[in-house]
Write a protein that binds this ligand. Structure first.
Ligand SMILES: NC(=O)c1ccc[n+]([C@@H]2O[C@H](COP(=O)([O-])OP(=O)(O)OC[C@H]3O[C@@H](n4cnc5c(N)ncnc54)[C@H](O)[C@@H]3O)[C@@H](O)[C@H]2O)c1
Length: 261
């Protein structure tokens, strides 16, 4: 397994789903953590501490500039520097057709999903460069790569995250800062819970995720393992990429499950 011994990391959206699974994986790999979320983080911090790891939780809005600065300052003051920033907090927004979406809804989705990661790059990138280099991972989505995987504002915000990773990688590479985006497919988390609950209630659980080659949805731990690799020095020559972790969804034309399945 990749190691994060002697590395200090910030993870946003760490109270649930992909962020929480990544926090547990990072702690197991030896990282000292600053965890952030708009919701309380007591559970995940306690779980890490019970296992002998180090973590502090700071609740706040990931699109708030002062909050992101506080995360970076806390990590540097408490642990002596910053090596990894996983900017993962995100929201789906309204599930309306594009003609019914509002300016207000677009603005909020762009703030949380795109400006939050920009602030992570701006304030985290400077400190990671100061520490001699490291890794920034931004959570995009398969919705960044193809239409029909999410609402319009969500998809556009995630496409912006892919571009942000490319631009930041090109500008920070000479300072040893790698920047990559991950593009998860359908993963069972808090964000997708209503879909899973609806399918379970209708007795159609087996249909979830069947339109990708793996014919199933993913689990947050399957994303966390890739994020851990990107965060670690094992990925030392990997930067500027948008990595789909989607059971093959983006690799195929519209996909028909085998008959009978
Ligand atoms: N679940 C999927 O199928 C899927 C697919 C592709 C991308 N993603 C992305 O993965 C990321 C993590 O989502 P998840 O699926 O683990 O869902 P989740 O709901 O389980 O976790 C998201 C976390 O982000 C936090 N959050 C939301 N808005 C915030 C804000 N303004 N400031 C701080 N924290 C905030 C939530 O409180 C929550 O704890 C998101 O960026 C999401 O867009 C998810």
């Amino acid at each position: 397994m990749a190691t994060l011994e002697n590395k200090n990391a910030i993870i946003t959206g760490a109270a649930s789903g992909i962020g929480r699974a990544s926090a547990l994986a990072f702690a197991q790999a030896g990282a000292k953590l600053v965890l952030a979320d708009i919701n309380p983080l007591d559970d995940v911090v306690a779980q890490i501490e019970e296992a002998g790891g180090q973590a502090v939780g700071i609740s706040g809005d990931g699109s708030d500039e002062g909050h992101v600065q506080e995360l970076v300052e806390t990590c540097c003051q408490r642990y002596g520097g910053l090596h990894v920033f996983f900017a993962n907090a995100g929201m789906a927004g309204d599930f309306f057709p594009i003609l019914d979406e509002t300016r207000e809804s677009w603005q909020r989705v762009l703030e949380v999903n795109l400006i939050g990661p920009f602030l992570a790059v701006k304030y985290g990138g400077a400190k990671i460069a100061e520490a001699g280099g490291g890794s920034i991972v931004l959570t995009a989505s398969v919705a960044a790569l193809r239409a029909a995987a999410g609402p319009a504002a969500y998809s556009a915000s995630k496409a912006g995250v892919v571009s942000l990773a490319q631009v930041a990688a090109s500008q920070l590479g000479d300072q040893g800062v790698r920047v990559n985006a991950i593009c998860p497919g359908l993963i069972e988390t808090g964000m997708t819970a209503p879909l899973f609950e609806y399918a379970k209630a209708a007795g159609r659980e087996d249909r979830i995720g069947r339109y990708c080659p793996m014919q199933r949805a993913g689990q947050p731990e399957e994303i966390a393992r890739v994020v851990l690799h990107l965060a670690s020095d094992d990925a030392s020559y990997l930067t500027g990429q948008a990595i789909a972790i989607d059971g093959g969804l983006c690799a195929t034309h519209p996909f028909s499950p085998k008959s009978g399945s």
